[in-house]
Design a binder for this molecule. Structure first.
Ligand code: ATP
Length: 422
């Protein structure tokens, strides 16, 4: 195998809630590279990092590009820095771009750093110190917070991955209503699911490929392979100019943020985990429409939440009952509550204890505390207080997974249609 000497380029924190998108900036850079005869190695990467990072704009995503480290590398660096200067939303306090150039092999310690950027919080100083220690060329704009995500974006190994095709709008249309033919999106989903996924939330009649923010993205289609994306793009119709499009290789929908917790008490706030526990109480809904219940194991207990935006998922959760053993996947947020992304039923408690049935066929009633049961119909009495176990039917099923709807799905959450991808 011929090893190509690569230049890795990481870019993050260029956008704001009012506009721009780091992927758009990357696609502009890719165009400029092409104009100058600089070819990318592989697809650009869109890497989602810690979902709880404080200063994220939306989905905490950084971008990485790879090119040959040849006589055009200097020109490539100039192009990247000029585009970041030109397109970043510098007026926003929370926009602090960071660019990283790195020529060499991605080392084990860089991979470890990338996983830390998904699981933990990293400071700008820490990232800078780490970047320098491994030989990154670091460019900070304003506070330069983006270097945290830039280093992670070039370093993260992708054992499981997906692709996203991002189509971009013409600048004169930024901020206006997107002109997407919804019928064609339904057709695209019909023809390409499950190779593409997260296109539509049928329960909410919600077109998930269309962003709801004023960013340059016209739509984004997610898939397990590039061919399905190209087919999907040929089916989706839009009534406005598509200025450009680009396919990113990503860690979206891989569950890369989820760590296996050995027990409940080992989990920490702002971490994302998979953990098994026994349901302690019947899930109840509170003001605001959020649903809560506790799970417990030998080490402790934690409150689990299915929040209002998860819509119909709350109905599924409401079918849980005390004694059910479930494996939950999700993250521990602000309120120290485990925010469920999906769960698997390990073992349903399908036994209910009821008053015994009298010889006459009628269910008996309690005769008072510690006084057994009596039959109201024939007067028969039983001294024992022991209720009898009865097998009940459940709407949930053992081994089955249940997930939040597409409209409430995190970028990193693996949907059930991808559970066989490792
Ligand atoms: P978009 O998804 O629209 O591109 P965003 O949600 O990715 O926006 P950014 O503008 O990239 O938001 O801001 C996220 C910031 O958080 C970046 O500066 C990034 O470097 C930083 N960051 C990423 N991961 C971590 C982490 N683990 N700890 C601390 N900061 C982080």
């Amino acid at each position: 195998m011929i090893m190509i000497n690569c230049l890795h380029i990481g870019i993050d924190d260029t956008d704001s809630p009012d506009g721009m998108c780091t992927t758009y900036l990357a696609s502009q850079i890719v165009n400029k590279f092409r104009d100058n005869g600089i070819e990318l190695i592989g697809h650009p990467r869109l890497i989602r990092l810690n979902p709880f990072a404080r200063f994220k704009t939306r989905g905490n995503g950084g971008v990485a590009l790879r090119i040959p480290n040849d006589d055009k590398a200097g020109l490539a660096k100039e192009i990247v820095l000029a585009e970041v200067e030109k397109l970043s939303m510098f007026d926003c306090d929370n926009t602090n771009p960071g660019v990283i150039f790195y020529d060499g092999e991605i080392t084990r310690e860089m991979e470890d750093y990338a996983f830390r950027a998904i699981y933990e919080f990293i400071t700008i100083d820490e990232a800078e110190e780490f970047g320098k220690s491994v030989g990154c060329e670091i460019h900070k704009f304003k506070k330069g917070r983006g270097i945290i995500g830039s280093i992670a974006s070039i370093s993260l190994p992708l054992s499981d991955y997906t692709y996203e095709l991002l189509a971009y709008r013409s600048p004169e249309n930024f901020g206006t209503k997107r002109q997407i033919d919804y019928e064609s999106v339904y057709e695209m989903d019909k023809q390409t699911f499950p190779d593409t996924f997260e296109n539509i939330d049928y329960s909410e009649d919600y077109i998930a490929i269309e962003p709801k923010t004023p960013c340059p993205v016209l739509y984004g289609i997610r898939s397990n392979n590039v061919e399905a994306l190209k087919k999907a793009k040929s089916i989706v119709k839009v009534n406005e100019e598509m200025s450009d499009w680009c396919i990113f290789k990503t860690n979206q929908h891989t569950d890369m943020h989820i760590q296996k917790a050995s027990n409940i008490s080992s989990m920490k706030q702002f971490g994302c985990y998979e953990v098994t526990g026994t349901v302690k109480n019947k899930p109840t809904i509170i003001d605001g429409g959020h649903m809560f219940f506790y799970i417990a194991d030998e080490s402790g207990e934690i409150e689990c939440g299915a929040y209002e935006p998860t819509k119909n998922f709350r109905r599924t959760v409401s079918h849980l009952r005390p004694g059910d053993v479930i494996r939950v996947y999700g993250g521990i947020g602000e309120q120290n509550t485990f925010n469920i992304e999906k769960f698997q039923v390990i073992e349903l408690n399908d036994v209910e204890y009821k008053n015994p049935i009298c010889e006459c066929g009628k269910r008996m009633t309690s005769a008072g505390k510690n006084k057994g049961f009596k039959c109201k119909k024939c007067g028969n009495k039983i001294e024992s207080d022991e209720k009898v176990p009865i097998k009940i039917s459940r709407s949930l099923k053992n081994s089955q997974f249940y997930e939040t709807p597409v409209s409430a799905r995190r970028h990193l959450s693996k949907p059930l249609c991808r559970m066989d991808f490792k």
